[in-house]
Each structure stands twice: as C-alpha cells, then as structure tokens.
Design a protein around this ligand. Sequence first.
Ligand SMILES: Cc1cc2nc3c(=O)[nH]c(=O)nc-3n(C[C@H](O)[C@H](O)[C@H](O)COP(=O)(O)OP(=O)(O)OC[C@H]3O[C@@H](n4cnc5c(N)ncnc54)[C@H](O)[C@@H]3O)c2cc1C
Length: 487
Amino acid sequence: MKKVAIIGSGFSSLSAACYLAKSGFKVSLFEKNDTVGGRARQLKKQGFTFDIGPSWYWMPDIFEKFFGDFGKKTSDYYQLDKLSPAYKIFFADDVITIGDCMDKICEEFERIETGSAKHLRDFIGKAQENYDIAINKIVLRPGLSPFELVTKDTILRVDQFFKTISQEVRKKFTNPKLVSTLEFPVLFLGAKPSKTPSFYSFMNFADFGLGTWHPEGGMYEIIKAMRTLAEGLGVDIHTNAPVDKIEVEQGSTKGVSIAGKLFEADVVLSGADYHHSETLLNMEYRQYSEAYWDKKTYAPSSLLFYVGFDKKLQNIEHHNLFFDTDFEKHAEEIYDEPTWPSDPLFYANFPSVTDKSMAPNGCETGFFLIPIAPDLEDTEALRKQYFDIIINRFELRTGQEVKNSIIFKESFCVNDFIEAYNSYKGNAYGMANTLTQTAFLRPGLKSKKVNNLYFTGQLTVPGPGVPPSLISGKLVADLITKKHKER
Ligand SMILES: Cc1cc2nc3c(=O)[nH]c(=O)nc-3n(C[C@H](O)[C@H](O)[C@H](O)COP(=O)(O)OP(=O)(O)OC[C@H]3O[C@@H](n4cnc5c(N)ncnc54)[C@H](O)[C@@H]3O)c2cc1C
C-alpha cells in the first residue's frame, strides 16, 4: 500500500485524508498543534464554547456532498439548524434583518428602497445560475490550465469576469445600506467587492438562496465528524507533530521529518499555509520566490475577541454585522493603504442565542471580529484600544450596558496567526480570489519541481472558506490518485 504523509489538519487536509484513504492509500497526518482543525479549532472555557475561526455555515450542499462521497450524511454526525433570521446588520440609522427565505428578504429590501424587491429577485436569479455553473462545473476542476475556465456557460458570461460585483450591485440598487448588504458575501472571498468579478455573485445566492445554518455544538462539530470519518477509513492522526522538513532527493520527496526523524512516504501533501510549506524545502525545490508571495493580495487578517458574558444580551441575533461606519474607508485600510482601521466595521457572533449548549445557563458566548490588513503591528495596547472602540459601539447600537458583565475575554491577532498556524503575514483566511488570483493563476496543487509533492488549502485552488477547503482536499486527492495509485 502506498503511503501518503499529510502536513496539517485543517478542513483541506482532513478532506484529502478521507478521499485518499478511501482510494486505498495508507494515510498519516501530522499536525503541529495539540488539537486538529487548524483555523477552525475550538476554545472551551468556564462552560463557554467558542469556535476560534469560522462561524458561518454556508453552502450546506457542499458539506452534504462531502459526507455523501463516503456513504454518509451530515446528520450521521451533527444536527444542522437553519438560522431564522439568518443575521442582522446594524447601520448608523437603521437595522436590516436578513430573513431565512427570499420572501422575507424582499420585504425588508422593499422597506428600505421601493421597487428593490424585483431587482433583488432578478439579481439572485442570475446569482443562482452562476452558483450552478461555479459549484457544479468550474470549482471541481484542479486549476491546471486556463482552458478549464472555458465552457459554453462561461463564454456566455465572459463579461461577468471583467465587471466587478460592486458595479453590478450599483447598477440595480442605490440605497447604500442595500449596496453594503449585497457586497458583504464576497468579503468571504478575501478581496474588495470593487476587485471581485461579478461572476462571484454566486456568493449572494449562497447567502439569500441557500441560507445560513448552524451545526448544534458549533462549527467544531464538523471537524470532529471529519476526524471520526478519517479514522474510520484508517487514517493515522498525529498531533503535537510539527513537520520541520520535506525531504527531497533527486526531485522526489522521501517523506517528512518531525523532530529530526524521517517519516517515509511515497507522496507528501501539505495543507499548511503554502508559503510556509515551501520553506520546509531546500531552496532549489521551492517554486515561488519571496517576491512572488509578497506581491499577492491576501485575504484579511483579523483581531478577534472571545468573550464570556454573565447575562443574556438584548437586541442581538446569532450573527450580527456592524456596518455603522464607512465600508469603503475600512476596505481601503485593509487593501490599499494597510493600516489599523480608523473607524472599524466589525462582526459579532453569539451562538448561544440559538444554541443553549454553547454557554452556561443565563450567559452569552460572544465572538467579535475586526478584519484588518495582514502584517500589521500587533500589540496588547492596540488590542485593548480596539476592544474599547467596538464594545462601546456595540453598547450604543444595541442599547444596553455589557462591559460590567464580562467574565473573561481572550484575544487573537496577527502574531497568534503566525505562531499557531505558520500563517504568511498573519493572514486569517488565505489568498484572495481576484481575477488575477483565480483558478490556474493561484499557487498550484502539484509541485512543479518535486514529482510527488502536492499542496492543498485556502492558499491554493479554489480559495478561502470552509466549503472551498473541502473541495481543495478532494481535487488534490483526485490528482494524487490518478498519478500515484497502484494499478
Ligand atoms: C477568524 C476566521 C473566521 C473565518 N470565518 C469563516 C466562516 O465563517 N465561514 C467559512 O466558510 N470560512 C471562514 N473562515 C475561513 C476558513 O476557516 C478557512 O478557509 C479554512 O479553515 C482553512 O482550512 P485549511 O485546511 O486551508 O487551513 P488551516 O485550517 O490553516 O490548516 C492548516 C494546518 O496546518 C498546520 N501546520 C502549519 N504548519 C505546520 C507544520 N510545519 N507541521 C504540521 N502542521 C502544520 C496548522 O497548525 C493548521 O492546523 C474563517 C477563518 C478565520 C481565521
């Protein structure tokens, strides 16, 4: 049986491990941290449960398809609830509530801008067509050649690759609050809406058409499910096992070394951040220079707070966006002139609003996220300064006092992303999906310099986010199986 060594245990590595084990490889996975899950690890403290990273469960079809490939269903592992409402957006002068179906969302749009409901239905109709093309056709291609993007459907929509989502939204909607609402989903792809092709409106269908879901117990339930599935398929999982070298002889890897000890393998696959993975190779086997990595556009980093409150909070939902300051200015401070935001937008997640298991009785679990540029200076003083800014705004917008109800607060920022995940410049969710960083233009799944070395995860194909990471694992496992499976 051929042996595959996998570096990392994020969604992409776990996904690849399952597919490779199913194809008949002997798979061993090495994770530097003491738990699996990568950016989706869990923090448990004083009866509170926090997802350290992802909290939006979008595109439930992709999770279903993943488990379906192994004859399973998500319900074999966790209970999924559709959130109603999906989320709430606080603006300076109003609050928009996004319901759990198009009828409710159209009603809310109409309240803000007369006539917008019809435009919204047209926009989401087009977004649904794009979703079908993107998810069922394009995204399942491994990014090996530009021709993968050339299909009858994409030729008919070629203009949508050269117009941006910002332009498309502004053609139909004038109210700035509706514009921000419709530009929000593509932020998951890591770039400014004014730099993201309008074809990516399929994210709007994921949002309004497919809805926002929650696995009871939190997002870490998905990681636990994947671990159970992987181990059931025979994958050996090693935690506290940082890989310090990918060993290569004459253009082929011999395996990985952990604490100086070689673990031999026929194929090596790294799901760690791509830049870090290449630093595990001798210079002559690296494909991309430091200059290459430096000039790429990264998805933002984040300043995060995990907060335990000793009371239930008012006027909030499970997911809450605070768009009560200038969206454009904050985006410029992330992408154009990287600096700490002058007046940050932020996101607040309270899973205990809908899921009692996430907090002790009568308490609230709070997760706050401020998107920031990667590579910024990160100090305790800055973290404190920004917590004060957002908690004051939170109190103002939701009309309540919460500061005196904080039992504990932990933070996580650029330095922690680097330390915990070997993240390049402390990026939170990988490399942005812009026109010049899409498909075959992203760092490749297969090494061009080492025969049997592969990469997966949010810095390669298809891109950032949990569903793309699941797909990335499948794509790379298919490539490895085609090339290395014993016949
Ligand atoms: C704060 C935050 C919020 C997010 N919100 C959402 C969301 O709501 N919805 C969504 O869909 N996506 C979200 N994302 C994105 C999503 O979490 C990621 O795209 C996805 O988890 C990335 O998975 P991955 O497998 O590519 O990488 P990772 O999860 O980073 O896994 C890489 C693993 O490699 C390990 N590693 C690194 N170096 C070594 C080494 N030398 N040896 C061994 N192991 C090593 C790391 O410790 C890590 O476990 C969010 C991300 C963050 C950070």
